[in-house]
Design a protein around this ligand. Structure first.
Ligand SMILES: [Zn+2]
Length: 208
């Protein structure tokens, strides 16, 4: 299993107009690597994705990143929610059908140029960041809530665990959420570099 390489057309595209291409090979690699229980980097946190309906999420390559609030956005997970009404809704759904042969609940978009040069660790971290946004509602006991009408989990866009300003932490100290993040930073990463290299098909010897 090898980490998918983005299509050359997108990598060579220098136009300011961003182009997109469906990435079924990346979707497959994500399912096999992180979602399948036999996956090299299997993560139980995504288990609500595993009994996945095939239209739960689809993946797109973008020809470049975009800037939002002075930050470079390299990946994005969004809930597909077409504008209500007539042709506008139909047009947006048609685009999904043309790309994916279905109308997915979520779309994960990854910057192809970043993906082509990122380290295995950075690439995996970006992919899992986007996967963490693909959440499912839980009850007070932490059990996933099942929709009465569809029998599926109630999927939702999950917000980041920590949202804070440097200045607030500097002036007032760390909130419990920030403290938890600090504790996780101080612990060693739970995934070894060799495992990541294996999942990405990189030569293990290079790690020595
Ligand atoms: Zn995010």
């Amino acid at each position: 299993m090898k980490r998918p390489i983005p299509p050359e057309d997108l990598l060579l595209n220098e136009s300011e107009l961003i182009d997109f291409m469906p990435a079924p090979e990346l979707e497959q690699w994500i399912l096999e690597t992180f979602i399948s229980e036999d996956g090299e980097l299997y993560n139980e946190d995504h288990r609500h994705i595993s009994p996945w309906p095939t239209d739960l999420f689809k993946v797109l390559w973008a020809s470049s990143a975009f800037i939002n609030a002075e930050r470079m956005v390299l990946g994005q997970c969004e809930k597909f929610s077409p504008m209500a009404g007539g042709w506008r809704k139909a047009r947006q759904e048609k685009q999904m059908l043309d790309w994916f042969n279905c109308v997915p609940k979520f779309i994960i978009t990854i910057d192809a140029k970043y993906a082509a040069t990122a380290s295995d660790t950075d690439f995996c971290a970006l992919i899992e960041h986007e996967l963490y946004h693909l959440g499912a509602k839980r009850d007070e006991d932490g059990e996933y809530i099942v929709s009465q009408s569809t029998g599926e989990y109630k999927y939702e866009l999950r917000p980041h665990d920590v949202e804070e300003f440097h200045g607030v932490v500097q002036r007032y100290g760390a909130s419990p959420d920030v403290q938890k993040m600090v504790q996780l930073v101080n612990d060693e990463p739970t995934i070894g570099k060799a495992k990541i290299a294996h999942a990405c098909g990189t030569c293990i010897l290079k790690l020595a």
